[in-house]
Ligand binder design. Structure first.
Ligand code: CTP
Length: 214
C-alpha cells in the first residue's frame, strides 16, 4: 500500500529574492505522513518549503518542491505508484505572470503585480493523471464550511474532503491542534478538536476504510 501526500505551502517567485506564499505550516500533512509511515505503508511526501520546525518523518520518500508548478510535476511523476493520495498542501492559486531575472527596483508609490492562475493539482488527479485510487482533498474555509467542502469533493472527484474552519484562531495553520469534518460522498463525520497527530490518525483510518471498499 502506497500513500502519496502533498503538504506545506508553495512559493511563487517574483524575482530572485522575493516570493508569494501563505501561512501553511505543513504540520497536518506531515502528521498524516508520519501516521501512514508508522503503520508500515510506503509514503511519498511531496512538500513545499516548511519553516515551522517540523521534521520529515522517518521512513518516508521525501520529494521537496518550491512552486505549485514543481508540485504539479512531482505529483504527475509519482501518483501512478499510489493507492491513496492525500492533498494537504496549501497550493498557491496564482503565481506572478513572470519571474524577473534581476531583483526588482522600487519606482513610484504604487506598483502592479500581474498574476496568472496555477493549475489545480488535486483537480487534475482523475482527469489528467487518471488516478483511480482513494482521493482525499482538503478544504480550508471561513464560511459555509460543509457546503463549500462538498462542492470541492464533487468538482475534483474526491472520495473524501477534510474540511476545516480557518476563521477560528484556536485551530488550523500554526496551531498544533485542529478540528475537522470528514466529508464523504454520502454523509460526514465530525472529528472533535484534538492534536494534529490524532486528527491524522482519523484521516488515515477513514482513507483506509475507503480503500477497503474499492
Ligand atoms: N489544490 C491543489 N492544487 C491547486 C489548488 C488546490 O492540489 N492549485 C488542492 C489543495 O491541496 C486542497 C484542495 O485542492 O486539497 C483545496 O481546494 P481549493 O479549491 O483550491 O481551495 P481554495 O483555494 O480554498 O479554493 P477557493 O478559493 O475556491 O475556496
Amino acid at each position: 500500500m502506497t500513500f502519496l501526500i502533498t503538504a506545506g505551502p508553495t512559493r511563487e517567485a517574483i524575482d530572485p529574492v522575493r516570493y508569494l506564499t501563505n501561512r501553511s505550516s505543513g504540520k497536518m500533512g506531515y502528521a498524516i505522513a508520519d501516521v501512514a509511515a508508522s503503520k508500515g505503508y510506503r509514503v511519498i511526501l511531496i512538500s513545499g518549503p516548511i519553516d515551522s520546525g517540523v521534521d520529515v518523518p522517518d521512513g518516508v520518500d521525501y520529494v521537496p518542491v518550491e512552486s505549485a508548478g514543481e508540485m504539479y510535476a512531482a505529483v504527475e511523476r509519482w501518483i501512478g505508484s499510489a493507492d491513496v493520495a492525500i492533498f494537504a498542501a496549501a497550493v498557491a492559486d496564482y503565481r506572478p505572470v513572470e519571474c524577473m531575472e534581476q531583483k526588482l527596483k522600487k519606482e513610484g508609490e504604487e506598483m502592479d503585480l500581474r498574476l496568472v492562475r496555477n493549475r489545480d493539482i488535486l483537480g487534475s488527479a482523475r482527469d489528467v493523471f487518471l488516478f483511480n485510487g482513494v482521493l482525499v482533498g482538503f478544504a480550508a474555509e471561513t464560511e459555509n464550511v460543509l457546503e463549500n467542502a462538498r462542492g470541492k469533493l464533487l468538482k475534483k472527484g474526491c472520495d473524501m474532503v477534510v474540511a476545516n474552519d480557518v476563521s477560528r484562531s484556536d485551530i488550523g495553520f500554526d496551531s498544533d491542534e485542529n478540528e475537522v469534518v470528514l466529508v464523504f460522498r454520502e454523509g460526514e463525520e465530525i472529528v472533535e478538536k484534538a492534536s494534529k497527530k490524532s486528527i491524522a490518525r482519523s484521516v488515515v483510518s477513514a482513507a483506509m476504510s475507503l480503500e477497503g471498499e474499492m
